[in-house]
Ligand binder design. Structure first.
Ligand SMILES: [Zn+2]
Ligand SMILES: [Zn+2]
Length: 274
């Protein structure tokens, strides 16, 4: 079985419009997935695009984005699933240290098939966004240390089912001095928390031409029996399942044979073909 468990209904700099939350628009992704041999897709729009998350963080960029209606999003994807389309209702939810209670309260208002956890912001600065860069503030080693700390706290928070693009801090090519120690910290934290790790083919297209996570980290996750979800992080239908054969080959080489499938936050393992 093949799944793509990370995609967005609109691009990050495109506002939602009346077409965004229609069965027709959701159907475009389903059609693209079927053409790519994918059995099931999960929608994971960014929680920060919705007004319900506005008061989590007072940064001007965050405030400007938080205008959508989470109920409308949830309703549109749920309607597609309930109409029999092979779709999961999910959300990519930023982790913001100290805001766990608010985050849990907002996502708890709706039923989800799974929740992806993402660390995009650390200490009020962005890891993967040039407009509010943490990289100007701290040396790379310190950014990585802070990023890993928050990623491990996010995993332990109990809010999330799978941790998205776990080594996102490599996005601009900055590396830690001692990657092994940090990777071990991440793998131990995921194992202890019982969360999945996301394997994301988006990394092939973000400067580095590398999978998230790094092969060394992927091997450590496999050693500890941490299950994986697979995602393209598509922001348009034609990106669904992008470069999955390459990602699956890497997963297979690391020893993985199954992908995690979610249903109402219950998970099971399904064998994938390479
Ligand atoms: Zn993300
Ligand atoms: Zn995403």
């Amino acid at each position: 079985m093949l799944t793509d468990y990370h995609m967005h209904l609109v691009d990050d700099d495109v506002p939602y419009d009346d077409d965004s939350f229609t069965l027709e628009h959701v159907g475009r992704y389903v059609t693209a997935a079927a053409a790519a041999g994918i059995d099931e897709i999960g929608f994971t729009d960014h929680v920060y695009r919705f007004a319900e998350a506005r008061d989590w963080f007072d940064h001007a960029l965050w405030q400007a984005d938080a205008v959508g209606d989470l109920g409308r999003y949830h309703g549109a994807v749920s309607a597609a699933r309930d109409a029999g389309l092979p779709v999961k209702v999910a959300l990519e939810v930023d982790y913001l240290r100290g805001r766990e209670q608010q985050i849990g309260e907002v996502v708890g208002r709706y039923d989800w098939d799974y929740l992806l956890g993402s660390v995009h912001w650390v200490g009020g600065l962005a890891v993967d966004w040039e407009l509010a860069p943490i990289w100007d503030r701290y040396p790379a080693d310190e950014v990585w240390r802070l990023y890993c700390e928050d990623l491990c706290l996010a995993a332990a928070s109990g809010i999330y089912d799978s941790m998205a693009h776990p080594d996102l801090a490599k996005v601009f090519g900055q590396r830690p001095d001692q990657p092994q120690a940090l990777y071990r910290q991440i793998a131990d934290a995921f194992e202890a928390a019982g969360v999945c790790a996301e394997v994301s083919s988006a990394g092939y297209h973000q400067t580095l031409d590398e999978l998230y996570p790094d092969p060394q980290l992927l091997a450590m996750l496999h050693e500890r029996g941490v299950p994986v979800t697979l995602g393209s992080d598509a922001h348009a239908p034609q990106r669904v399942g992008r470069d999955f054969p390459r990602a699956l080959a890497e997963l297979h080489a690391a020893g993985y044979r199954t992908l995690t499938v979610f249903d109402g936050r219950e998970r099971r393992q399904e064998v994938f073909d390479v």
